[in-house]
Write a protein that binds this ligand. Structure first.
Ligand SMILES: *[C@@H]1O[C@H](CO)[C@@H](O)[C@H](O)[C@H]1NC(C)=O
Ligand SMILES: *[C@@H]1O[C@H](CO)[C@@H](O)[C@H](O)[C@H]1NC(C)=O
Ligand SMILES: *[C@@H]1O[C@H](CO)[C@@H](O)[C@H](O)[C@H]1NC(C)=O
Ligand SMILES: *[C@@H]1O[C@H](CO)[C@@H](O)[C@H](O)[C@H]1NC(C)=O
Ligand SMILES: *[C@@H]1O[C@H](CO)[C@@H](O)[C@H](O)[C@H]1NC(C)=O
Ligand SMILES: *[C@@H]1O[C@H](CO)[C@@H](O)[C@H](O)[C@H]1NC(C)=O
Ligand SMILES: *[C@@H]1O[C@H](CO)[C@@H](O)[C@H](O)[C@H]1NC(C)=O
Length: 644
């Protein structure tokens, strides 16, 4: 195109512009100037906006028409400010941030109904008390940021407020009692994961519209106010992970709409109130990690919708009430680590939807009711650490369809029953019993096993070839038995990528002998092992150099064996190692600096060997005792080396 051609097209464009401006009137700006100024002030205080979320917010454009995240009423007043550019909701969450502070000028948006600046991750500083002027505000979402300071007292003036979410910030201080006297329309309150402290104001009982209350993960103290029972519409209450003390108020029984109640990880004491039967909508109930005592009230049998009862780690006692057997909707019962006594009620056989029955770590005794055979849905049965005095695993267990069977320290004696092979178990824990005899060849039929714990028994045999068939096994604990023979079967085990590589192996306190395979660290089945313990065996030979190839190994324990040779320098290549215990062997040579200077090393013990030379300088705080009993070692923390 020549010079003239370029000028011609320029003129043409100019001509069009004139035509357009004559026939199309300039739009009148609808955005109210006060609102625009306030929003631009917020933008000015945003110190970083890497995804340009506020790009469309400019002085020359209309905030009602072209600013992302802004909605106005017909008078050009801003009513909604939502996460700019993210207003299309949760279905496409863009991971982004805005840094800066909340400008008090936002309080000039006097027609504002919704302010959603949640999940911008980096908004910091206090919530301006001026926000109390936003008298039309219905929705305030400031969660998932780094806001600090306390909730302004002025919030009591937010009469229209329906939803308030301040979760996931670093807010602190007490909750002003007066805000629950003003914001009476509140239906959802989310304060979780902050550092709020002090009591839950009893004025909370005024929030009669409240459906959702989440105050979890704070430092709230004092007792749960009795007035909570007035919140008839409450459907979700989470007060977990605080410092709440005192009793669970009787009035909770009035909360007939509550579906989820989490009071776990507090310091609650006293009995579970018998009024609990009033929670007729309750589905999920978590009271674990408290100091609740006394027996479970029989009225609990009246919860028509309950699915999960999580009462573990309390001081509950007495007999398990037979009425628990009425809870046909129950899927999970977690009662571990309490002081329950007596027999497991036979009524539990009616719990046709039960998937998890965890009664471990109690004082239950007597026969296991054979009615449990009716539990068609049962997947996990954990009765471990109870004085059940089983002698044998009851034969009717072979009819169970469980995947996880945990019967540690239940008094089982004798040989493993062969019908175990016909269950499709992924977890089998029979540790701490008095099992004897061989590890049977049919163990290889249990091909679903991913976790096997037979520790603390009296097995005495070598490991059968068929063990290799356990191609999903990841965690193996056979410590404290009398197993013997070599270790080859373990390390040549089959696996089914990506499953079945070892996570942990504990073969300590047995009679395994022979040398460790030189290539142990190069076996594919070992590639993701985190913990390996072979201590207290009569193993001989060298520490294989190939162990250095175990890139995620954190723990290696080879103490009390008959190992010879040196500590291989290559062990320093296993960069995640935290624990190295090789005491009481016949190891010689020097301690490699590469090993003693592993960056995460916490526990190291080479005492009782024949090591020599200077202990390499190191940062980890290793006690002197860890080096004792090696006549040739010198240097800190042992006495200095003599210069010769
Ligand atoms: C907000 O309103 C106050 C009081 O009317 C005024 O002083 C201030 O300048 C306003 N802020 C902005 C950014 O408009
Ligand atoms: C403001 O947001 C609310 C709540 O999301 C919505 O119902 C309302 O329609 C929005 N108003 C405008 C003018 O977009
Ligand atoms: C609420 O619970 C308390 C204590 O259990 C009870 O005395 C009261 O009658 C209940 N109120 C209503 C309205 O159900
Ligand atoms: C095996 O059971 C014992 C208790 O009986 C326990 O101390 C040990 O940690 C368990 N092993 C694994 C790998 O969980
Ligand atoms: C183990 O599997 C083999 C081959 O499938 C079978 O013959 C044997 O009966 C099984 N053993 C047990 C104890 O189930
Ligand atoms: C189980 O192990 C034995 C011995 O290693 C082997 O001969 C057999 O084929 C294996 N069975 C299965 C089903 O993998
Ligand atoms: C460690 O692994 C590498 C790469 O697979 C291999 O070449 C080397 O021989 C191994 N080291 C030892 C000591 O086996």
């Amino acid at each position: 195109m020549g010079n003239w051609g370029r000028r011609k097209s320029f003129l043409l464009i100019f001509f069009y512009i004139i035509i357009i401006s004559v026939f199309v009137p300039w739009p009148i700006e609808s955005c109210h100037l006060v609102d625009k100024t306030a929003l631009l002030d917020f933008k000015r205080k945003a110190t970083s906006d890497p995804s340009n979320l506020l790009q469309t917010w400019t002085l020359t454009t209309d905030c009602c028409k072209s600013w992302e995240g802004i909605a106005c009423d017909s008078n050009g007043r801003v009513v909604n400010v939502s996460r700019p550019g993210l207003s299309s909701g949760d279905d496409f969450i863009i991971d982004t941030t805005i840094s800066g502070t909340l400008s008090p000028s936002l309080a000039n948006l006097s027609f504002l109904e919704l302010l959603d600046l949640s999940n911008l991750k980096d908004l910091s500083g206090p919530i301006p008390p001026e926000f109390g002027k936003l008298s039309r505000l219905s929705y305030l979402f400031l969660d998932t940021n780094k806001l600090s300071g306390s909730i302004p007292v002025t919030f009591k003036n937010l009469y229209q407020l329906k939803k308030l979410y301040l979760s996931d910030n670093t807010l602190s201080g007490t909750i002003p009692s007066s805000i629950f006297e003003g914001s009476l329309s509140l239906s959802q309150l989310g304060l979780s994961a902050n550092q709020f402290s002090g009591p839950i104001p009893s004025s909370i009982g005024n929030l009669l519209s409240l459906t959702k209350l989440d105050m979890s993960l704070n430092k709230f103290s004092g007792s749960i106010p009795e007035s909570i029972g007035r919140l008839k519409n409450l459907a979700y209450v989470d007060l977990s992970e605080n410092k709440l003390s005192g009793r669970i108020p009787n009035s909770i029984g009035n909360l007939s709409q509550v579906v989820l109640m989490y009071l776990n990880q507090n310091q609650l004491k006293g009995k579970i109130p018998s009024s609990i039967s009033g929670l007729s909508s309750l589905v999920f109930c978590r009271l674990s990690e408290n100091q609740l005592s006394g027996s479970i009230p029989p009225s609990i049998g009246n919860l028509p919708k309950i699915q999960r009862l999580i009462f573990e780690n309390n001081k509950l006692s007495g007999k398990l009430t037979a009425t628990l057997g009425h809870l046909v909707t129950l899927t999970d019962m977690f009662f571990s680590n309490n002081f329950f006594t007596g027999k497991i009620p036979s009524s539990f056989g009616n719990l046709q939807n039960l998937q998890t029955l965890d009664l471990s770590r109690n004082k239950l005794s007597g026969e296991i009711p054979h009615q449990l055979v009716k539990l068609e849905s049962l997947q996990t049965l954990d009765l471990s650490f109870n004085p059940l005095g089983l002698s044998r695993i009851p034969n009717w267990f072979k009819k169970l369809k469980v995947f996880r069977l945990i019967l540690a320290k239940t008094g089982i004696k004798g040989k493993l029953p062969s019908w175990l092979a016909s269950l499709s178990l992924s977890t089998l824990d029979l540790s701490n019993n008095a099992l004897t005899g061989k590890l049977p060849t049919w163990i290889g039929n249990m091909t679903s096993l991913s976790f096997l714990n037979l520790s603390n028994n009296a097995f005495h045999s070598s490991i059968p070839d068929e063990f290799r068939n356990l191609s999903l096994l990841m965690d193996l604990d056979l410590h404290s038995n009398k197993f013997s023979g070599n270790l080859r079967e373990f390390f040549s085990k089959n696996f089914q990528d990506p499953l079945g590589r070892y996570n942990s192996i504990n073969l300590a306190y047995n009679m395994f002998n022979g040398p460790l395979d030189e290539n142990i660290g190069n076996e594919p089945v070992m590639a993701s092992i985190v913990s390996l313990s072979l201590s207290h065996n009569p193993l001989t030979g060298h520490i294989p150099k190939s162990l250095g190839n175990l890139t995620i190994l954190q723990e290696i324990k080879l103490a009390e064996n008959g190992l010879t040779g040196g500590i291989p320098t290559e062990l320093g290549d296993a960069k995640e190692l935290k624990t190295i215990l090789v005491s009481n062997n016949n190891l010689g040579g020097a301690i490699p600096a590469e090993v003693l200077n592993l960056k995460d090393l916490q526990e190291f013990d080479v005492s009782g060997n024949r090591l020599s030379g200077r202990i390499p300088p190191h940062k980890a705080n290793i006690p002197k005792s860890a080096f004792l009993g090696n006549h040739g070692l010198c240097g800190a923390p042992l006495p200095p080396c003599k210069h010769t």
